[in-house]
Structures are given as C-alpha cells and as structure tokens.
Design a protein around this ligand. Structure first.
Ligand SMILES: *Cc1c(COP(=O)(O)O)cnc(C)c1O
Length: 416
C-alpha cells in the first residue's frame, strides 16, 4: 500500500512516512495510490465496532502493522461508544462520546497510537496550533504515550472558557502554551519551527494528516451496518472537509452512499464551488458553529485528487446555513423531537429537512460544549456532562509565551 502527494503521483511513500511527514515535501497532501475495496460482508456482519475497524483498516497499513497489533491499537484508541439515534426523519450518528466530546477524538487518538507505534527510539515532539476542538482532542489523544510529547499553542484569551479548560488541564507528556497573539501567530510559529533546523525531532498533528483521516471512515461503515436500507444519503457538517473526505474514501471503498450533503455555515465557499463557482478562497468569518469557520478548506485539494470536478458536483450537494437559521434549527429539532443538537450538528440537520431519502447526519460535537448557544436558542442550558465538570477540579498547567518561534524553541529545549 502506497501513498502519494496530491501534487505529484510519482513520489510514493509508505504509510509510516506519510504519517510522520504529515505534509508531502512538495506541499501536497497524501492520498492513497489505490483504494482498497471493502467487501460488504465486512461491515454487514460486523459483530463489534473494533473488529470491523481492524478488518477495514488492515489493508491500509498491513505492510507495517500486524493484524493483532492493529486490533489492540484500535481497541485502545476507539474505547468509547458511537451511537445512531433517530431524530425526526433523520438518523443522527453521534460521534461525540469520546474524552473531549467531538468527533476529533477518533482521528487524534488513532493517529497518536499509530505514531507512537512507529517512533521507537527518540521521543517525537508533536506541535499543534489550535483555536478550539482540535487542540483538546490532540492534547488528550496524544497524552500518556511513551514515545510522544505534545506542545499545544493557543491564542491567549481567544478561546472559550470550556475550550481553555480542556486545553490546560495537566496531562502527562503535554505542555500547553498561551501565546500572546492570534491563532495565525500560533500557526506561523509551528510552521517556522517545523521548517527550520531546530535540533529537535518534531512533527505536527494538523487535520491534514492521513493518520487522522483513516479512522474517520470507520463510523460511516458502522452506521450503514446498523440501518436496514441498502442505499442512503450521508450529511456531514463541514469546515476543513476532513470528515467529508473520509466519508468519500469510504464510498470509494464500496460504501453504498447515494449522495453526500456538505453542510456548511456562512463559510460556504465549497457549496458555491459545488454549484459551479470557483475554488473556495475566502477569508473565514466567525459563526456560532465555530469549528467550521474555514475559508480555504485544506482537504479540498484532496477531494479534487480523489474525484474530478464533475464527479464531485454530482456526488456531493452543498448547503449553507446562517447563524439565525442555526438557532432556528436547534429550536425546531428540540420542539419536534426533544433532541438537543449542538450548533454544528444543527447545521447538518437543517440541510436534510424534508429529505425524501434515508439519511445519516454526523453529529460532530456534544451540545454541552456550547452552553451559551444552546441557551440562546432554547432559553436553558444543556445538562452538564461529567467529562467537562470534572475538569474543573483537576490541576492545570499552562505557560504564557511570546509570539515568536524562538521562544517556543527554547521552551522545548528546556523541556527535553
Ligand atoms: C472540526 C469540526 C467540524 C468540521 O470538520 P472538518 O473535518 O474540518 O470538515 C465540524 N464540527 C465540529 C464540532 C468540529 O470540531
């Protein structure tokens, strides 16, 4: 099994190299050279999520990981439930039952264990710049692994109190830095340190890593195994298009999807592209579904390498949803079904209203992560969940940091 850059299909690399490199040397993203087919019996007859997961992912990594090792790695990574619940006419695929309450736990936890597996001698330091969900999923998912250390950078006073708590709680092998700057400063610091000689063994854990994408195919297969119909639509609340790309990979491996719905907030360059517009290239704007505030989705390049423009426009239908519509969607869903959807899932549910076909909607975050927005929509806050309230009692560790990559470098040197 080989992986190639989206920009040059002649440069093949192995899975471990694609994983550790993150980005191809030519600036492209790694995609599989060919896509292994998944026989329907694999998911139709699956007895457990982890057994199905091992069978599906084995061909992607089998040159480097033995079946029993993969099974144990996945069992440790995916040690939380996935559920499928009927909400009105749609099936909601709840992907937020992991430790940090968003679907990003699937990718982060699995990628961390893949990396830990391949890094045997010197520990590897993972850098991640974050403005929200990714950072906590990475900090948590990469903690406590003997061969890895993580530095999380976030813009000081620019993340919500719940998000900050999730980032700075003390974890083994993790350091959190509150950067005196913006998210873009954090990203620039990471990039500069990664691309200049630093004397450190570094890698990154951004959303374009192929190791995060692969495990995100699994829950789509699992959802189809739980539903009676042959063909169904799949709706994905989208920002950077990683989750949708994983769903498309599942489709290309044989999952019987009729149509995809890419549900976006007002950062809707991709829906406009699907309707015949130009490639998405806007600056992002702030919305209530902030994990989807992406103007130039990096996985767009990957989607265009997997399918040509016409195929994309036939297979995927775009949708865009304003903040007022998102609030309305939360209200309507609650009044009609009693279900409380987080603002991202609400964008997805808005997109499938009145659908004539069986449809699965990915629920990407737990509503308890967004008490302010839920209160704004419904007039009351969602039930608190233990995973968040317990954080209040845990010790924290965070360090302020000047927005300069040299400042970060000396911190890392001191740490190692
Ligand atoms: C990251 C995220 C998204 C967007 O996923 P992409 O893979 O970037 O398209 C949607 N919802 C939530 C809650 C997220 O954290």
């Amino acid at each position: 099994m080989w992986y190639v850059s989206t920009r040059d299909a002649s440069q093949t690399v192995s899975f471990p190299l694609a994983l550790i490199n993150g980005l191809a040397p030519d600036g492209g993203l790694y995609i599989p050279k060919s896509i292994p087919e998944v026989h329907p019996t694999v998911w139709k007859n699956a007895s457990s999520f982890s057994e199905m997961a091992t069978e599906i992912l084995l061909p992607w990594v089998s040159d480097h990981i033995k079946p029993d090792e993969l099974a144990s790695l996945l069992a440790q990574a995916l040690n939380f439930p996935v559920s499928l619940v009927k909400v009105g006419d749609a099936w909601v695929l709840e992907l937020f039952h992991g430790p940090t309450l968003s679907f990003k736990d699937f990718g982060a936890r699995t990628m961390a264990r893949f990396m830990n597996y391949f890094v045997k001698d010197d520990p590897l330091t993972i850098l991640v710049a974050t403005s929200g969900d990714t950072g906590s999923a990475v900090a948590d998912g990469f903690s406590n692994l003997p061969n890895l250390r993580v530095a999380v950078l976030y813009p000081k006073e620019q993340v919500s109190p719940i998000q900050e708590r999730q980032l700075i709680v003390r974890r083994k092998g993790v350091r959190a830095f509150a950067v005196e700057g913006t998210f873009d400063d954090c990203q620039a610091m990471v990039k500069q340190l990664l691309t200049s000689p630093s004397g450190l063994r570094l890698s990154s854990a951004n959303s374009i890593n192929v190791g995060r994408l692969l495990p995100q195919m699994l829950y789509y297969f699992w959802a189809f195994s739980k539903t009676p119909w042959g063909l169904a639509d799949v709706c994905v609340p989208s920002g950077n298009l990683g989750n949708l790309t994983a769903a498309v990979l599942a489709y290309l491996s044989g999952l019987p999807v009729r149509k995809f719905i890419a549900a976006h907030n007002l950062n809707d360059g991709f829906p406009r592209f699907l309707c015949g517009g130009a490639d998405p290239s806007d600056d992002s704007i702030q919305t209530l579904s902030n994990a989807m505030d992406v103007g130039r989705p990096s996985n767009f390049e990957r989607l265009k390498s997997l399918l040509d423009v016409n195929e994309l426009r036939i297979l995927i239908q775009g949708h865009s949803c304003s903040d007022s519509r998102t609030l309305k969607s939360i209200q309507t869903i609650y009044s009609e079904t009693g279900y409380i959807a987080d603002p991202h899932t609400a964008v997805g549910l808005d997109a499938v209203q009145g659908s004539q076909y069986p449809v699965i909607v990915a629920a990407t975050a737990h509503p308890a992560k967004f008490p302010g927005t839920i209160k704004q929509a419904l007039g009351f806050s969602p039930e608190p969940v233990d995973k968040l309230t317990l954080l209040e009692e845990k010790p924290i560790r965070v360090q302020p940091l000047e927005a300069h990559h040299e400042a970060l470098r000396s911190q890392l040197k001191y740490w190692l």
